[in-house]
Design a protein around this ligand. Structure first.
Ligand code: SME
Length: 164
């Protein structure tokens, strides 16, 4: 069970997202809808969004919900950079314990960043921050990974943001 929410919430959110994304192709539509669905689906998700690879080893903020995020993050910095660099999920129970954490908001206490991979390369990362310490459960992380995989699979049919 998630920290705040009922037992079935993960399945419910995943099904809702699958049905919302059915037949949708523009990459921005997919990312925006995913950020919105997750952000409003979980009461402990206080910043929810994407950083997309915009140049070699550079992430730029993409669709998100919450207060302003940092605009540009190199692969060499922060928790998002670590997820992009290592291609591994970063589950940070206490951001204050991570020297390299980039504090876009002073209220953030915990964070999960999941890479989106296509053809062996990182195309984006899904970042979720919470003001609550150690807010994320194993089920939260598994759901975020499942969603990251789902939408990364759609990337080849979305070669540009709006126009194919
Ligand atoms: N905390 C992230 C930066 C992104 S913001 O949290 C939205 C990091 O350390 O990479």
């Amino acid at each position: 069970m998630s920290y705040w929410d009922g037992e079935m919430i993960h399945e419910k959110i995943y099904s809702e997202l699958l049905s919302l994304l059915e037949g949708e192709h523009p990459w921005m539509t997919i990312l925006s809808t995913t950020a919105c669905t997750l952000h409003h689906g979980f009461s402990h998700f206080h910043w929810t969004g994407f950083y997309c690879v915009s140049a070699h080893d550079v992430l730029s903020v993409g669709p998100y919900q919450g207060s302003h995020g940092c605009l540009t993050i190199p692969f060499s910095r922060g928790v998002c950079g670590a997820a992009a660099r290592t291609q591994k999920t970063q589950w940070v129970r206490d951001v204050h314990a991570i020297e390299d954490h980039i504090a876009c908001s002073s209220t953030t206490n915990s964070e999960v960043v999941v890479p989106l991979l296509w053809d062996g390369n990182v195309i984006a990362v899904l970042d979720v921050d919470s003001d609550i310490p150690d807010a994320f459960s194993q089920q939260d992380v598994q759901l975020l990974e499942k969603i990251a995989q789902l939408i990364a699979q759609r990337y080849p049919s979305c070669p540009s943001f709006f126009i194919r």
